[in-house]
Design a protein around this ligand. Structure first.
Ligand code: SF4
Length: 201
C-alpha cells in the first residue's frame, strides 16, 4: 500500500496477512471509543476482498446502524444511482466510512473518535489494495489527507491514490452537486482502468 501501514496486530491470516473478515469481526466487537455505547450495529464496510475502487464516507447513519451495512439509506440510493451513471457497479467497489459506529444524532465524529477508528480504515486500505480511493466529503478528506474544502480539492489526485468529491448526502441536499459527483466517480474509474492497463503491460 502506498502510504498505509496497519497498526492493528490481531487477526493475522495464515499467510501472515490480516484477513478482511477477521478485521471486520474485530470492528463488530470494538469498544475503542465512546461510539460503541450508542450503536446498534457497527458498520465495517462491504465489498470485494480486492477492489480497484474504495470509497470512504463519514459515518453510519440511522439506517446503516440498524442494517449493519454502509450507505443503505437515502444517501446510499443517491450513491448507487451515481455509481451506475459513472459505469460502476456497487458490487465491484469497497465502501466504508471513517468511523464504523453511528455518532449520536448523526453529529460529526469527534477527532478522538476518528483517531481511535483510523487503524481500521488503514487496514482496510492495505487489505483491499485499491488503485483509487475516493474520499467523499470533508470528514473523509480531513481524516486521510488532513485537508478540507471539497469544492476546491476535487478534480485532482493526491498522493497518487486519492480523489476528493462530495458526500452523497450533500448531493442529496443539493442536486447541483450531482453532475460533478458523477464526473468525479467517472474520473476515478478511468484512473483505476489506466492503472490496471499499466500493470498488465
Ligand atoms: S467507531 Fe471505530 S473505534 Fe469507535 S467503537 Fe466503533 S469501531 Fe471502535
Amino acid at each position: 500500500m502506498k502510504i498505509y501501514r496497519t497498526t492493528m496486530g490481531k487477526g493475522r491470516s495464515s499467510d501472515g496477512g490480516e484477513s478482511l473478515n477477521s478485521l471486520h469481526e474485530q470492528i463488530k466487537s470494538c469498544s475503542r471509543c465512546p461510539l460503541a455505547a450508542g450503536r446498534n450495529e457497527a458498520v465495517p464496510g462491504e465489498g470485494p476482498d480486492r477492489a480497484e475502487i474504495l470509497l470512504v464516507g463519514e459515518a453510519p447513519g440511522r439506517d446503516e446502524d440498524l442494517a449493519g451495512r454502509p450507505f443503505v439509506g437515502r444517501a446510499g440510493s443517491v450513491l448507487d444511482r451515481c455509481l451506475k451513471e459513472a459505469g460502476i457497479h456497487r458490487s465491484e467497489v469497497f465502501i466504508t466510512n471513517v468511523v464504523k459506529c453511528r455518532p449520536p444524532r448523526n453529529r460529526r465524529p469527534k477527532k478522538e473518535e476518528v483517531e481511535a477508528c483510523r487503524p481500521y480504515l488503514e487496514s482496510q486500505m492495505e487489505l483491499v489494495r485499491p488503485k483509487v480511493v475516493i474520499l467523499m466529503g470533508n470528514a473523509a478528506t480531513r481524516a486521510v489527507l488532513d485537508m478540507e474544502g471539497v469544492t476546491s480539492l476535487r478534480g485532482r489526485i493526491y498522493r497518487d491514490l486519492f480523489f476528493v468529491t462530495f458526500h452523497p448526502a450533500a448531493v442529496l441536499r443539493n442536486g447541483n452537486f450531482r453532475e460533478e459527483f458523477v464526473t468525479d466517480l467517472s474520473a476515478a474509474k478511468e484512473r483505476a482502468q489506466r492503472e490496471r492497463a499499466e500493470e498488465s503491460r
